[in-house]
Design a protein around this ligand. Structure first.
Ligand SMILES: [Zn+2]
Length: 307
């Protein structure tokens, strides 16, 4: 009969021994259980280590991927910053150019206005010399007046200049014929009866047929024969001015015609009360005869524009 127990004898140095008995079945079962546990532990350990390695690899991949992304982000940020800075510097550049252009234009405009103002003053001086009153708005010339912008000021200058120009265009200025004066304006001995009389115009030497010209833009008020004056033309210039051209041999315009300065309106003659071929020229202002000499000599007038 085989023993079902396994005996384990443990002895000390003294020689005394102790016996431990195990059931064989129990021992086998215990060994199997122990081996199973050891096996499970080994597998678990293997898989644990494997997982840790996997995790480390994954972490490394993630870390490296994050680093790449960060680098890409940084590069993008740098690109954006560069583009923004370039854009700003370009905007600055064009703003500077625009500012310079504006300043240039303003300076140019101021120069032009100043130039225009000078010319306007020259015209004003000429007109004042002739004693003509021109109605223009001068309120802004007084100090402490309302603020007038440069635009308003230039508009006003243009309006003033237009007024002067339209006035000058019509005003009787210069000579009706380029010959010598034979008899001036004012008191004189009458050439026919030798009596003291007032000569209301200027007589110019001339030959029959010489051209007689209008001294300003006008409308023909009269073109006909008048006792004393013979064949004569009266022009209406506006602003109270009229001119008369008398003793003509020929009239080249009719009543109602529009004439321009310098236009030939008749020919020198000796019709009417006349001792020989000449032109009698009169300038009237609101009906009163005035000395035409002042108006004829405008060309030679010395004008100084003062600021
Ligand atoms: Zn005369």
């Amino acid at each position: 009969m085989t023993s079902k127990k396994l005996h384990l004898i443990i002895t000390g140095e003294s020689g005394k021994g102790r016996t431990v008995a195990f059931e064989k079945t129990t021992l086998r079962n215990s060994l199997i259980a122990l081996a199973t546990v050891a096996c499970i532990l080994s597998v678990s350990a293997f898989f644990g280590v494997h997982n840790i390695q996997k995790n480390r690899q994954l972490q490394a991949i993630i870390d490296s991927s994050e680093a790449v992304q960060q680098q890409q982000l940084n590069a993008l940020k740098t690109q954006l910053e560069t583009a923004l800075s370039e854009k700003e510097s370009l905007a600055d550049h064009y703003q500077q150019k625009l500012d310079a252009f504006k300043q240039n234009q303003e300076a140019l405009l101021e120069d032009r206005i100043s130039d225009f103002e000078q010319r306007s003053k020259v015209i004003e001086t000429v007109i004042n010399e002739l004693g003509v009153k021109v109605k223009t708005d001068k309120a802004a010339d007084h100090s402490g007046g309302p603020f007038i912008s440069l635009d308003d000021y230039s508009d006003r200058l243009i309006t003033d200049a237009d007024t002067y120009l339209s006035l000058i265009k019509k005003m009787p200025l210069g000579f009706p014929i380029y010959t010598e004066i034979s008899s001036p304006f004012g008191p004189r001995n009458d050439p026919m009866n030798k009596h003291r009389a007032f000569h209301e115009g200027i007589d110019f030497k001339g030959n029959t047929g010489d051209s007689v010209r209008s001294t300003g833009d006008a409308v023909v008020k009269k073109a006909g024969y008048q006792s004393g004056y013979g064949n004569c033309i009266v022009l209406q210039h506006g602003n109270g001015y009229e001119t008369m051209y008398a003793h003509l041999s020929k009239r080249l315009v009719s009543r109602g015609d529009q004439v321009k300065r310098g236009q030939i309106i008749g020919r020198v003659g000796s019709t009417g009360r006349s001792t020989g071929s000449h032109l009698h020229y009169e300038v009237r202002h609101w009906g009163k005869a005035i000395n035409p000499l002042k108006y004829m000599r405008v060309n030679g007038m010395t004008v100084t524009a003062s600021n």
